[in-house]
Design a protein around this ligand. Structure first.
Ligand code: GSH
Length: 207
């Protein structure tokens, strides 16, 4: 059985939603913010971040996007991850990576701004620059959304991932109003019974 270290509003939403969509059972282990710094947890996850996924064979993996992709690939018939040979695979991989390395990382820079400067007085500037960069990143992403999902009628892991990242925006309703295609993607994703339940369990419907 899989084990997922998680907490509300965290990146654990992505693997949790994929497992819910695919009816993969798992044990959730709740980690309080700043809490789980045990030697065992740190040995598995030197960044001391959530999510952390323990696989049925006892091995572990970090990185929410990789987990979501890996889990989807365990049920290839679901279509949640476009496989080799699928014409949308290059765009899917490119935009999933874009979301992880650009959008997620910029969200972290916004919230953990003091980690990104050695001068305490620079933290507010890091935060402001991150907020501005996020708007540009969302503009670029929304432009590519075919609607309602990123790849039109085809629902993939990328929709789950983008919906999660958008919920961390400083003002999601304003973001969705400015970028209606993104708002529609989120609405279509959380309207799905499985992903929608996890969305609410993770308090992503709340500010
Ligand atoms: N690249 C990692 C980022 C994970 C991450 O930053 N998780 C946040 C919660 S969303 C966290 O644990 N923050 C606590 C910390 O960094 O101390 C991933 O995608 O899994």
């Amino acid at each position: 059985m899989y084990k997922l270290y998680w907490r509300e509003r965290s990146g654990a939403f992505a693997p949790a939603a994929v497992m819910a969509e695919l009816d993969i059972s798992y044990e959730g282990i709740h980690v309080a913010e700043g809490g789980e710094k045990t030697t065992e947890f740190l040995a598995l996850n030197p960044m001391a971040q959530v999510p952390l996924l323990i696989l049925p064979d006892g091995s572990s993996m970090t990185e929410s996007g990789a987990m979501a992709l890996y889990l989807a690939e365990t049920k290839p018939e679901s279509g949640l991850a476009p496989l080799p040979g699928d014409p949308i695979r290059p765009q899917f991989l490119g935009w999933l990576s874009f979301a992880q390395v650009n959008i997620y990382e910029t969200v972290l820079r916004y919230f953990y701004n003091d980690r990104y400067t050695s001068e305490a007085s620079g933290a507010a500037g890091v935060r402001q620059a991150a907020a501005e960069r996020l708007e540009r990143l969302w503009d670029m992403t929304a432009e590519k959304i075919q609607g309602p999902f990123f790849f039109g009628a085809r629902f993939t892991v990328l929709d789950i991932y983008l919906a999660m990242l958008s919920a961390w925006h400083i003002d999601p309703p304003a973001l969705y109003k400015r970028l209606p295609k993104l708002g529609a993607l989120v609405e279509a994703t959380v309207s799905r019974p499985a992903a929608g339940k996890v969305w609410r369990d993770y308090n992503l419907d709340k500010r």
